[in-house]
Each structure stands twice: as C-alpha cells, then as structure tokens.
Ligand binder design. Structure first.
Ligand code: MLT
Length: 239
C-alpha cells in the first residue's frame, strides 16, 4: 500500500489519482458538513460547483418529488436563497433526515468534482478520521489524500487532518510513503492538539472573525462518527 498527498485542488492531476483510492479532505468545513449530514440521516449529498447549477438541480429533483435542501457558502457565508450555510451544526437530524442535500462550497465541492477519475472517492475529516483510516486499511490499495486547500493554495488544516489519518494507518501497517505524506504524518505526530496547530491558519482566522468558534471546535474534534461517505455516480452516500 502506497500513500501520497496532493496539497490543494489546484494540484489534482489525472495521472496522480487514476486507479487510486482518493480521500478528499476539506475539514473546515465542507467534508465535516457532508459527514454530519449523512450521520444525521440525509439520504445523500450532491456536491455542485455553481450556485445556478445548485438551484437548477434542486428544482429538477423537487419536480420529481424529492425532498431537497440547499446548503453551502461563498466567502464562508450562507448563499442567498439557500436553506443552510456551511456550518455542520445546522445539519441536525430534524433538518436533514431522509432529505437530499445539494451542497455548493468554494473549495470542497470543487476538489470532489476534480477527483472523478479516481477508482474510489472517500470523504475525510477529523470527525470521521479513524473510520476512514480503518476503511483504507481494509481496502488495502494505494491511497492519495487530496487536500481541498483554500482557493487553490495549501492549508494547514487539511494537511494535519491527512497527517492524522496517515498516522492511524501506519500504527497498523507499513506503507510506502511520498515525502509529502511523511511530512503530514510528522506534523500531526508533533501537534496532536489540532486547534493549537491550526489556530493561525488563514481559514481558521476567517471563521473565527465570523464568530464561528463552535464550528471550529466541532470540526477539530476527533472521531465523532464511524461513517465513511463515498462519492459515486455524482452522489455522496455512506460506504
Ligand atoms: C469550502 O468548501 O471552501 C469551505 O468548506 C469553506 C467554509 O468553511 O465554509
């Protein structure tokens, strides 16, 4: 089993992910939202790139009798006309049970859509990090952690989240690792308190300035659920 890591959505290349299992990470906050919505009983999550496409998709599904809600953000804020922002805390069971969540975010949904050539696309975050690590050990195939990053750039939060999962895997099994994967593990090993490490990250500061401390505490919590979301046929559901 080989482990590699891509540092942001701008660096996703077909030859790096083809025939591999990919774990897409946008822990602040898209992949935490997806995991939470499914944990709380959403039927599926559909990641959509643009706001217009999201409204179109919602209309089509509603016309077919689906129970649909729209969620996501631009500049970390709720999109006008959407039901929810990109706060995982809004996706409570009484809001999402048996509903289809259409999600449009700046970085997370973009990264997901750029990974379609991978063999399997899993969704990772701190809140389901151990479950994803166990699933990867079970599948026993080469894996690439894809960090969504922030606006195409490296982000400390997604990097340490990948490092956490790599650390879990290496406790159980020897793996051949790229230098960047080794670095992510090293960073996690030396910073197991996630908030302390990422408190100076750019997106952490943005969310703090918006008063979203509760979201940050939630998204930085380890292993709140054992579900592993999978992106297949344009929908995300539970593996
Ligand atoms: C994104 O996908 O860009 C993020 O999840 C942004 C956010 O924190 O809302």
């Amino acid at each position: 089993m080989k482990i590699d890591l891509i540092i942001s959505a701008d660096y996703i290349e077909e030859n790096k992910i083809k025939d591999k299992i990919v774990v897409v990470i946008d822990m602040l906050r898209a992949t935490s939202v997806i995991t939470t919505a499914l944990k709380n009983g959403a039927k599926c999550v559909i990641p959509i790139l643009t706001v217009d496409e999201a409204f179109d998709k919602a209309k089509k599904l509603k016309d077919c009798g689906e129970n649909v809600v729209l969620g996501g953000e631009r500049r970390a804020l709720k999109i006008e006309g959407f039901d929810f922002s990109n706060s995982p805390l809004e996706y409570a069971q009484n809001k999402v049970l048996n509903k289809t969540v259409i999600l449009s975010t700046t970085n997370g949904t973009r990264a997901l859509n750029l990974c379609k050539k991978a063999d399997l696309i899993l969704i990772g975050s701190m809140i389901n990090g151990l479950a994803v690590s166990k699933k990867l050990l079970e599948l026993n195939k080469d894996v690439v952690f894809v960090n969504a990053g922030t606006n195409g750039e490296f982000s400390m939060d997604d990097f340490i989240c990948a490092g956490y999962m790599i650390d879990n895997i290496l406790k159980e099994k020897y793996c051949e690792m790229s230098d960047i994967a080794k670095t992510a593990k090293y960073v996690y090993e030396n910073n197991t308190d996630i908030i302390s490490f990422i408190k100076n990250a750019r997106h952490f500061e943005v969310l703090t300035s918006l008063g979203l401390q509760d979201d940050l505490n939630y998204c930085c919590s380890k292993n709140l659920t054992d579900i592993v979301p999978i992106f297949r046929n344009n929908n995300i559901d539970i593996l």
